[in-house]
Write a protein that binds this ligand. Structure first.
Ligand SMILES: [Zn+2]
Length: 175
């Protein structure tokens, strides 16, 4: 099911028209996102819904889903991070307008009355990237994790020191 998506759009007009777009796009067609991925494979599936809210603001609702291939910062191997984004965005024309919005909505600053369709999707995915990607502790192949487990060996050194502590105590008792 191939579907054409607009290149640029006027979000206020699209909101008035109640436009909706659903489909999939390959992740490797987003250059900024691809640069953050270990392997730019798979697709992002999405549904974008333009509408007006009760305050007559132009909003974007819908969702984005993808599985992102990231590099585990512990073992440097691949870690897959599923993202499932619920969109709640209000289009604004200036920062003053953005500041007046309630906290739960994300402002989207529109420049020159136009929004690039693909940037909407790419920016939302970039925002969903974790600052540090890592496997769950049990799933990580890192030798570093084993090293942490080996650490108790140091306590045997402490045990070796213990006789001195016992001796010191013994001496104190004798005085
Ligand atoms: Zn790992």
């Amino acid at each position: 099911m191939l579907k054409r998506f607009p290149d640029r759009l006027d979000p206020w007009r699209f909101a008035d028209l109640g436009k909706e777009f659903g489909g999939e796009l390959p992740l490797d067609t987003f250059s900024r996102l691809s640069a953050c991925l270990l392997r730019p494979v798979g697709n992002v599936s999405f549904k974008l819904v333009f509408s007006r809210d009760r305050e007559r603001r132009a909003t974007l609702g819908g969702w984005l889903k993808a599985v992102l291939s990231l590099q585990c910062q512990r073992c440097l191997e691949e870690v897959e991070r599923p993202v499932d984004i619920r969109l709640s965005t209000v289009f604004v024309q200036g920062l003053d307008e953005a500041e007046m919005l309630p906290e739960e909505v994300d402002p989207w600053l529109v420049e020159e009355d136009q929004v690039v369709f693909r940037e909407l999707i790419e920016d939302e995915l970039l925002l969903a990237l974790p600052q540090v990607a890592m496997h769950e502790p049990g799933a990580c192949h890192a030798p570093a994790a084993e090293m942490i487990e080996e650490r108790p060996k140091e306590s045997s050194k402490q045990e070796r020191e213990n006789p001195f502590a016992v001796l010191a105590e013994y001496k104190r008792d004798k005085q």
